[in-house]
Ligand binder design. Structure first.
Ligand code: NAP
Length: 248
């Protein structure tokens, strides 16, 4: 049994690799930083391959699938954010975010989705975020990219369940990883550990849950996001992120 894990060089992806390895899975570790991937690979018990790859480069997601078409699990996890005013953001970084968070994730879903449904089995976990629950002023493109991934996951979970394939969207709040530092901000809430997040995520993935929210607080936020008018939700999000901007 083999799991392909994108974004495995740190944070949640590295933790997915460790926990799936402990369950007996062979792993394929995908990211750009070779040294981190190799270090991780040496700590794993089962067979593991390193794929040093920039998923923002068109064609790379397809190349990844073509190398590992027989995988049983896809952890579609690579992604990043950029905090700050949209109008001042580097257009090249925004483009890279769409290429990584949206395009590469979609291509992998399309290709592994076809292979898994043809076989009648397989698990796909898309790392979305609680950012998917609302618009995110000053984190605009990141929040929008995670909303996209959540909606795509929900639709495909429904399409592919009768064909034997589970699709889940993982929607954590803050997790202690390199994410916020690389996004140019600090966490607005107390983060949970990657270990706790991944343990919960895998339990729910194998139980067939479509939307996975690891903490009670974020599950309550999800329910609130359904009850509140959109305008209130955006105003709330704007207040939180504006405060963050001032602290930047
Ligand atoms: N931490 C949080 O609070 C939080 C909350 C909700 C959702 N998330 C989501 O969780 C996922 C994992 O993030 P993390 O929290 O574990 O942060 P992280 O430690 O920064 O990990 C991000 C991973 O994505 C990889 N990556 C980024 N761009 C890539 C590219 N172009 N090609 C290949 N790999 C790429 C990075 O590897 P390289 O740099 O080596 O390529 C790294 O392995 C992301 O999708 C993020 O949006 C995080």
């Amino acid at each position: 049994m083999q799991a392909v894990i994108t974004g495995a060089s740190s944070g949640l992806g590295a933790e997915f690799a460790r926990q799936l390895d402990a369950m007996g899975y062979e792993t394929v570790l995908v990211a750009r930083r070779r040294e981190q991937l190799e270090t991780l690979r040496h700590t794993l018990t089962n067979k593991s391959e390193v794929v040093c790859m920039d998923l923002a480069v068109p064609e790379n997601a397809q190349k990844l699938f073509e190398r590992f078409p027989e995988a049983d699990i896809l952890i579609n996890n690579a992604g990043f954010g950029l905090f700050g005013a949209f109008r001042e953001s580097d257009p090249a970084v925004l483009e890279r975010m769409i290429a990584t968070n949206v395009t590469a994730a979609t291509v992998l879903l399309r290709l592994y989705g076809e292979a898994f449904t043809a076989r009648g089995s397989g698990y796909i976990l898309n790392t979305a975020s609680s950012a998917a629950f609302m618009a995110g002023p000053y984190f605009a493109l990141y929040y929008a990219s995670k909303s996209y991934l959540l909606r795509l996951s929900q639709a495909l979970a429904c399409e592919w369940k009768p064909l034997g394939v589970t699709v889940s969207a993982l929607c954590p709040g803050s997790v202690a990883t390199e994410f916020n530092l690389r996004a140019g901000t600090t966490s607005s809430t107390k983060p949970i550990s990657a270990q706790k997040c991944v343990q919960y995520a895998l339990k729910k993935l194998f139980a067939g849950k479509a939307i996975i929210i690891p903490t009670a607080k974020m599950r309550a936020a999800f329910v609130m996001s359904k009850l509140m008018p959109e305008s209130w939700l955006t105003a709330f999000s704007c207040r939180v992120q504006t405060k963050r901007m001032k602290e930047k």
